[in-house]
Write a protein that binds this ligand. Structure first.
Ligand SMILES: [Zn+2]
Length: 147
């Protein structure tokens, strides 16, 4: 039997967080951090609520996961995030030494790839998981803002 706890399964959880952000009028980006198939952090973007440009989903997920684990490094953890991390988050993820990052949609303008930001050499990266769903959410969000 196929393992139900695959990348798609956890990305769906991150998308649920992104939907919650959308409903709150936040740019819809969601994240979860998983260790041994267990979700230890679920967060979404809160830059509007907190009036804080650093309140990206990933930043909060890193803090939340480290609190849960009682240690600052996220070795053995996987981050699922609906949008390609920006350079700030990529930098924070570098410091966390997280084992794996799975992201959905590319951010062609402000993603870490375009910005040339390096992740930790031990961090594995997977991209494009449920990318269309994540991108659709962003398109719908910005369309609703223009109305
Ligand atoms: Zn970010």
């Amino acid at each position: 039997m196929e393992n139900p706890f695959n990348d798609t399964y956890f990305m769906k959880k991150a998308l649920q967080e992104a939907e919650t952000a959308f409903e709150k009028g936040e740019i819809p980006v969601g994240a979860v951090i998983v260790v041994d198939n267990k979700i230890i952090a679920r967060t979404h973007n809160l830059t509007e609520l907190l009036h804080d440009v650093t309140a990206h989903a990933e930043m909060q997920a890193i803090t939340s996961a480290a609190n849960y684990l009682g240690g600052k490094y996220l070795k053995g953890c996987t981050l699922y995030v609906t949008l390609e991390p920006c350079q700030m988050c990529a930098g924070a993820l570098y410091w966390s030494q997280i084992s794996k990052i799975v992201f959905g949609a590319r951010d062609e303008q402000r993603g870490f790839i375009k910005m040339g930001t390096q992740l930790h050499p031990k961090t594995e990266v997977v991209s494009g998981v449920l990318a269309n769903e994540a991108a659709d959410l962003m398109v719908r969000f910005f369309a609703s803002k223009r109305k």
